[in-house]
Ligand binder design. Structure first.
Ligand code: GLU
Length: 506
């Protein structure tokens, strides 16, 4: 394979959604796998859609999840500048070249004239209702004017656009790495605008000029760009440049598979659609982020990797290095990939279980600190070890373990009603006397003590364990009662048994 150079080319028109991060990820994996270069280019030619803060957000998001670049707007490099608004002069030159060659032309039509063309073609039920080979002959463009007329209009400052002169009836054939062979007749395509008199190129011209000048070898991007590909291929041809290879990735779909995943789906269905929280600078609306929702960046990457790609084996947990090793565009599917919020949580759960305790403890200590709880790292680590299999996120740990840090203030009414029997106070009181005699307070010793107690008093497990759990936790939840006891220690267990005996009167 020739020197691999790929690019991620977002437009700063808003925050990067998970589909966009996935595009960046697949480019990154492909570049690393083939020891190539990864370029970050900002495509900000559409000034009307520019959103303040979006570029910064994109950079922060990619950094958070570990997608790195070799060159780009934030790093520099020998193919810069990497922000299209800083490359305006370059595009102008190429637009003029196409005009000279006869592959493009100036068009002076006003918005009202364009609108009436559209209406007319619709009424006529024309097969192509846009500005195209069939209609350009009747419009106000340089193809229908003398060179002097054109020059006069331009020098008088009349607004114009440069349009691509789409061949009338030609088959454009190309091969996409993911979609295979595609063939499109140019009769269905329109004369796309390439450049405007405000000095700005449109996406199509800037995109292919830059991909060429930046020596991009593979264009890996979302399926929504596939319809633009015939035009891009024809532009490469007009310039007599070799086109890069293309791979158009499947859409990311809503959880029910009905339509493209949108930014509104997150709030509606209760999962984040953006890597980091995003505050819309215009509406003030806040959209949840994976970071803020408690996802580990590694889990997030793993989720995105499987959104369209699979390794062809049962293995589901992949580190970034493993992904680089295994990734191939050939294993990216054609069909849209449905986003599964439950599976996303499952991934984070797996990463939480595997996480080093030295990393989890400080994260959980932060949560405890906010609650004014001081506990030793050693104690916190033991608590985490005991409850983490019930948690998907670090923040879930509290809900699973609060009773280790706070004595119960009240007792689950339902459970008291059903399970706190007449003899419970007496049973618990006698057991406490036995437990209080213990010197070592380990799970094994507690277990033997309780077993003996049950036997001697001819009691069933539930008659003791349920009131005991109520005393310790306040409800029916939590890990094994004896594990809780051993960790809380004798004094604390005694206190909690006394509390329950004093408080539940029936
Ligand atoms: N600026 C385009 C976007 O934001 C890039 C498309 C491409 O990769 O060619 O989607």
């Amino acid at each position: 394979m020739k020197n691999v150079r790929v690019r991620f080319a977002p437009s700063p028109t808003g925050p990067l959604h998970i589909g966009g991060v996935r595009t960046a990820l697949y480019n990154f994996l492909f570049a690393r796998k083939h020891s190539g270069s990864m370029v970050l280019r900002i495509e900000d030619t559409d000034q009307k859609r520019f959103v303040h803060g979006a570029e910064d957000y994109i950079l922060k998001s990619l950094k958070w999840c570990g997608i790195e670049f070799d060159e780009g707007v934030h790093k520099g490099g020998e193919f810069g500048p990497y922000r299209q608004s800083e490359r305006k002069e370059i595009y102008q030159k190429y637009a003029e070249q196409l005009i000279k060659q006869g592959a493009a032309y100036y068009a002076f039509d006003t918005p009202a004239e364009l609108e009436s063309l559209r209406k007319k073609l619709e009424e006529e039920k024309a097969s192509n209702t846009s500005y195209c080979a069939a209609s350009r002959g009747s419009m106000k463009n340089s193809l229908n004017m003398t060179a002097d007329e054109v020059q006069l209009k331009i020098s008088e400052g009349e607004a114009y656009v440069v349009r691509f002169k789409m061949p009338e009836d030609e088959l454009v054939n190309f091969t996409d790495i993911i979609r295979g062979d595609v063939s499109v007749n140019t009769a269905t395509l329109d004369d796309k605008v390439l450049f405007k008199s405000d000095g700005m190129p449109t996406y199509h011209l800037a995109n292919i000029v830059d991909d060429h000048l930046m020596e991009i070898s593979h264009v890996i991007r979302g399926e929504e760009w596939l319809p633009s590909l015939p035009l891009h291929i024809l532009l490469y041809r007009a310039f007599d440049w070799d086109a890069p290879q293309f791979a158009h990735m499947p859409l990311t779909l809503k959880p029910d598979g009905k339509g493209k995943l949108s930014k509104r789906d997150g709030a509606r269905l209760g999962f984040p659609v953006f890597p980091l929280e995003w505050k819309d600078p215009n509406s003030g609306e806040i959209y949840a982020g994976y970071l803020e929702s408690g996802y580990f960046p590694e889990a997030f990457i793993n989720i995105l990797a499987f959104l369209g790609w699979n390794p062809g084996t049962e293995k589901e947990i992949f580190s970034m290095d493993e992904l680089i090793e295994e990734f191939s565009l050939e294993r990216v599917g054609k069909a849209g990939s449905r986003f599964d919020p439950e599976k996303a949580k499952w991934y984070n759960h797996q990463y939480l279980q595997a996480r080093d305790m030295n990393e989890i403890v400080p994260l959980f200590q932060e949560i405890l600190k906010q609650k004014n709880i001081a506990a030793s790292d050693d104690f916190v680590a033991k608590v985490v070890e005991m409850v983490k299999d019930r948690a998907d996120f670090v923040k879930d740990l509290w809900d699973q373990s609060f009773f280790f840090f706070n004595q119960p203030e009240e007792y689950d009414a339902q459970m008291v009603k059903k399970r706190w029997k007449e003899n419970s106070p007496q049973v618990l009181g006698s057991l406490q006397i036995e437990l209080d005699k213990l010197e070592a307070y380990s799970v094994e010793i507690i277990e033997i003590t309780i077993k003996n107690f049950l036997e001697q008093n001819q009691l069933g497990m539930g008659q003791v364990m349920t009131p005991l759990r109520l005393a310790l936790v306040g409800s029916g939840m939590g890990p094994g009662v004896m594990d809780i006891m051993a960790l809380l220690g004798k004094d604390e267990v005694n206190k909690r048994i006394e509390n329950v005996l004093n408080r539940i009167k029936r």
